[in-house]
Design a protein around this ligand. Structure first.
Ligand code: F0G
Length: 458
């Protein structure tokens, strides 16, 4: 038996990759201020920066592009997409947006008032930032098991239902305009949420008359984990599990750049006809007419096909096995990861891996730099560079609970031998990890510093 199912596709078009020498990579990185976001993609050998918008489209999707109807209003392509969304998501109303954060921006802009709070298992950074931009407060209520990287839990993305209930009791419900849950929980290791948990969370929100929105970026991967791990779901199709998940909510935001298998696109869905009228007005101002939103007709066609392909059981079995394969490989060469591996990415516990580097010398960033220097592989730091902040009252720097480096796997893009190369590269780093040193920040912007800050090696 192979340890991983073979790719359920063959390759018809190839995009050459450029291999570089370590000395060249040293030059590229120093020119980029040791910030991997500033490195040119063509100087990267294997790009695991994100799984967002980086999927390979199928022959059916490329063919669908040619059917794009670019009419301003009422395009045929909108109705193709609507048929698929009615079938899988089942919400009464939806608009396309150019990506997930545009849907979040419209929802938060319409519903969040200064002083409001929005609970979630873990908000992704754009979701939290859009809520803050409207004067609100994003509140993360994931189960405490999520903060222990070594602990194996089948649904480590679950929300703590008791904490949620308590939070609502302590907060005036008038200041909770909606509640969310993110599937899978990207900010918490790409970990899934169980149907039982979604049901319990939906029940709490409903009892308090709080509208419930799912952040659905990776809903198909989440549905696959439910089918594989949750009692009573092994005989159910991925689509019927997804339909059940969405039937519990009042709406969703979605970055279609993940489980829509497209390079650009998003969705905002709701059952609320009054809210939908307001969404359409906001959409016309910021994105476009409601039947195309932020997208071209051809993008709508590619998404209509991609949504169907992403719930294919054979594709998902391959996809999730690929992530597990990378996780197993890294563990076997001595790299500590967030256990168990999640849906779209493997998260390295850089704090545990490089204990000699203090948090204020950014072990995660140091590791991401070394992974690029060693193998030309691009990962993303999700630790003190991305999330640490200075407490306004005490002036003390507060570090995030985990210092992580994420290796996100683009969908249908890299093969098992690419992953073997990643594992080999980390194995070489393990052998001399005690020699690695930290970094210091030379220049940084006020907000979202991880994208543009400049570093120097210590
Ligand atoms: N919600 C989640 C859970 C996400 O992971 C993302 C994007 C968004 C919302 C925003 O969607 O990028 O289409 O505007 N995550 C990407 C990542 C960027 O690398 O994890 P977007």
């Amino acid at each position: 038996m192979p340890s991983m199912p073979p790719e359920p596709f063959r390759i018809k078009m190839v995009e050459p990759l450029k291999k570089t020498m370590r000395a060249e990579r040293e030059k590229f990185l120093s020119q980029a201020g040791y910030n991997l976001f500033q490195v040119r993609a063509e100087d990267v050998y294997i790009d695991l920066l994100t799984d967002s918008g980086t999927s390979a489209m199928s022959n059916h999707q490329w063919a669908a592009l040619m059917h794009g109807d670019e009419s301003y209003a009422g395009a045929r392509s909108f109705y193709h997409l609507k048929n698929v969304i009615d079938d899988i998501f089942g919400f009464r109303h939806f608009v396309p947006t150019h990506q997930g954060r545009a849907a979040e921006n419209i929802l938060a802009g319409l519903l969040v008032k200064p002083g409001d709070s929005i609970p979630n298992n873990s908000h992704f950074d754009t979701t939290g930032a859009n809520i803050r931009a409207a004067g609100g407060n994003p509140v993360d209520l994931v189960i405490s098991e999520a903060h222990d990287p070594e602990l194996r839990h089948p649904f480590k993305g679950n929300m703590d239902v008791q904490k949620l209930e308590q939070f609502i009791q302590e907060t005036d419900v008038d200041h909770i305009p909606f509640g969310m849950i993110t599937v899978t929980n990207n900010a918490g290791g790409g970990q899934p949420v169980s149907m039982e948990n979604i049901k319990a969370v939906a029940e709490v929100y409903r009892r308090h008359s709080i509208p419930f929105f799912i952040d659905a970026c990776r809903y198909a991967e989440n549905a696959y984990f439910i089918q594989q791990r949750e009692d009573g779901y092994s005989d159910r199709s991925i689509k019927s599990i997804a339909q059940e998940m969405f039937s519990l909510a009042d709406g969703c935001t979605m970055s279609a750049k993940k489980d829509g298998l497209v390079n650009i696109g998003g969705l905002l869905c709701t059952n609320d006809a009054v809210l939908f009228e307001r969404i359409k007005q906001a959409l016309i101002l910021r994105e476009g007419f409601p039947t195309y939103g932020g997208l071209a007709g051809r993008d709508l066609e590619a998404l209509a096909v991609g949504l169907g392909e992403a719930i294919d059981a054979e594709y998902l079995a391959y996809r999730i096995a690929q992530t597990a394969y990378l996780g197993d490989g890294l563990r076997s060469v001595g790299v500590p990861i967030v256990e168990p591996p999640g849906g779209h990415a493997v998260y390295i516990d850089a704090g545990a891996f490089l204990p000699q580097i203090p948090l204020d010398e950014f072990p995660g960033q140091a590791l991401a730099i070394e992974i690029y220097l060693q193998g030309g592989i691009r990962a993303v730091e999700l630790g003190s560079v991305a999330f640490a902040y200075v407490d306004a009252h005490t002036g003390v720097t507060i570090h995030p609970p985990l210092e992580l480096v994420r290796l996100a796997i683009p969908r249908r893009v890299y093969t098992q031998s690419h992953l073997d190369f990643v594992i080999e590269t980390l194995k070489e780093i393990v052998a001399r990890k005690d020699l690695l040193r930290g970094v210091r920040i030379v220049e940084q912007p006020e907000l979202l510093r991880h994208f543009t800050a400049e570093f120097a090696l210590i």
